[in-house]
Ligand binder design. Structure first.
Ligand code: SF4
Ligand code: SF4
Length: 447
């Protein structure tokens, strides 16, 4: 087991962290797939409104590779297919039947997994709709099924305070996880399994599997950060990664022959009552998660997918295929009277301009930027937190003047899109978004 020392990153101390309590939610009335939220995919619809589907029925395929399929997370009737600008498919909604039917897939036991050819295993995962769980660094597209990765990284947790912890989602499922690992071992000879320091549950139960222990700072255990610290040659850049929770899904598919839809998600943030882990399913409506937990009169921003990496979700929308976190924080936006003259004891900030640096308790976060975008003041905060040693301020400036080659030389492709540089920037520059979009453009150009 190797300890990874990350000198940078940030120890987040944001109010509204979920507890380790797990509540099993009842069935929602509908679920949805959100193709728009699956990066790089070009969906080709295989259903229309009013069609009847089962759990695991084909809903859409990727035009780039028609074997890459996305299956229904519920059994019932397709009631809505929502198109956005330029006919981007935003939402495919399934109204659930009382008695949901299931498509069936082949069942494998451990001996069969051990003896199966790699190619057949890949085919079984693809037909079972779970291939999209494998993503490829550095661009984070879905892994190419016909390639062999230099390694597969399994991230058991993130140091983001609003994501499910392995203590909760792995409880009672260690054997299932071990079976999932056996499947991964067939896909790559090199398997790295990382967790954070002080995860005693994980270290007790999975001691023989964990290969790397990361520091407890955000985002030390992101697969991109781990790879940055352990890679020895550029050939290793194209590693695949999968989350610990998704390893369980793989194992469930093979054990039960049914498309698995179970998801442990967290609900947290300053505006939530009863912040905890919830056992629910893929594509659940946000209002099913928030029901009875929020004050309706409060203006809340729904952030789906994590406080830094997530996106703004409408309160009537759904959780995406990959998302396991919902955070509700105040919209903010109202002007603070003489705000500049206040000590800012409660304002979370890396800057010492506010007295909050003396306050060690968890601080409430809202969407207020406390000012507008202005020129970079070369404070260097972004470089001090960047976990992969990019100089975000210089990389950003290269991109602005269209010097993309130079930005790549600065390490643009190592960017793990963690959002820390944007968070700490006193000039309110959207550094992370600019890097992310440029990386995406580089990838599309390559394709
Ligand atoms: S450049 Fe910004 S978003 Fe990218 S890894 Fe560094 S801190 Fe994170
Ligand atoms: S944190 Fe913002 S203002 Fe400071 S150096 Fe980085 S980009 Fe410039």
């Amino acid at each position: 087991m190797i300890s990874i020392r990350t000198k940078k990153g940030y120890k987040l101390n944001i109010a509204g962290e979920p507890s380790h309590e797990l509540e099993q939610l009842g069935r929602p009335t509908s679920v949805a797939l959100l193709p728009e939220r699956i990066p790089f995919v070009k969906p080709r619809l295989k259903v229309k409104v009013a069609d009847q589907v089962k759990v695991g029925s084909l809903v859409f395929e990727d035009k780039r590779n028609s074997d890459l399929v996305f299956l229904s997370p519920g059994g019932g009737r397709i009631t809505k297919i929502d198109f956005g600008p330029r006919r981007v498919i935003k939402e495919i909604v399934v109204e659930l039947d009382q008695d949901e039917g299931y498509e069936t897939f082949p069942i494998f036991n451990e001996a069969q997994v051990e003896n199966i050819e790699r190619q057949m295993l890949v085919k079984a995962i693809m037909t079972g709709g779970l291939w999209p769980l494998f993503r490829e660094l550095p661009f984070r597209d879905i892994a190419a099924p016909d390639s062999i990765p230099p390694s597969i990284i399994v991230s058991l947790d993130t140091n983001e305070p609003f994501q499910p912890t392995p203590e909760v989602y792995l409880k009672g499922k260690i054997e299932l996880f071990e079976f999932g690992i056996k499947i991964l071992q067939k896909l790559s000879e090199k398997l790295f399994i990382s967790t954070s320091q002080n995860r005693s549950f994980v270290l007790d139960q999975l001691n023989s599997y964990v290969t790397h222990i990361c520091e407890r700072v955000y985002p030390a255990d992101d697969p991109g950060v781990l790879l940055y610290h352990i890679k020895k040659s550029p050939d290793e850049n194209r590693a695949w990664y999968i989350s610990g929770q998704d390893v369980l899904l793989l194992a469930m598919l093979f054990k039960t022959g049914k498309y698995p839809v179970e998801r442990t998600v967290v609900i947290g943030g300053a505006l939530v009552r009863g912040k905890k882990h919830l056992l629910t399913r893929i594509g659940v409506p946000l209002n099913h998660l928030t029901k009875g937990r929020t004050d309706k009169t409060e203006k809340a921003r729904h952030i789906v997918g994590g406080i830094f990496k997530g996106y703004k979700g409408g309160k009537d929308s759904y959780m995406g295929f990959y998302e396991t976190s919902l955070v509700l924080i105040p919209e903010g936006g109202e002007k603070e009277f003489l705000g500049f003259a206040r000590p800012g004891f409660q304002k979370p900030s890396r800057s010492r301009a506010f007295l909050s640096f003396l306050n060690k308790s968890a601080l409430p976060m809202d969407c207020n930027c406390h000012g507008e975008e202005r020129a970079c003041i070369n404070c260097g905060f972004c470089a001090q937190v960047c976990p992969v040693d990019i100089l975000p301020q210089f990389t950003y400036k290269c991109i602005l003047v269209d010097e993309i080659e130079e930005a790549i030389d600065h390490g643009l492709l190592d960017c793990v899109e963690c959002g820390l540089c944007t968070y700490v920037c006193p000039s309110k520059l959207e550094l992370c978004n600019v890097m992310k979009n440029t990386k995406k453009a580089c990838y599309l150009e390559q394709l």
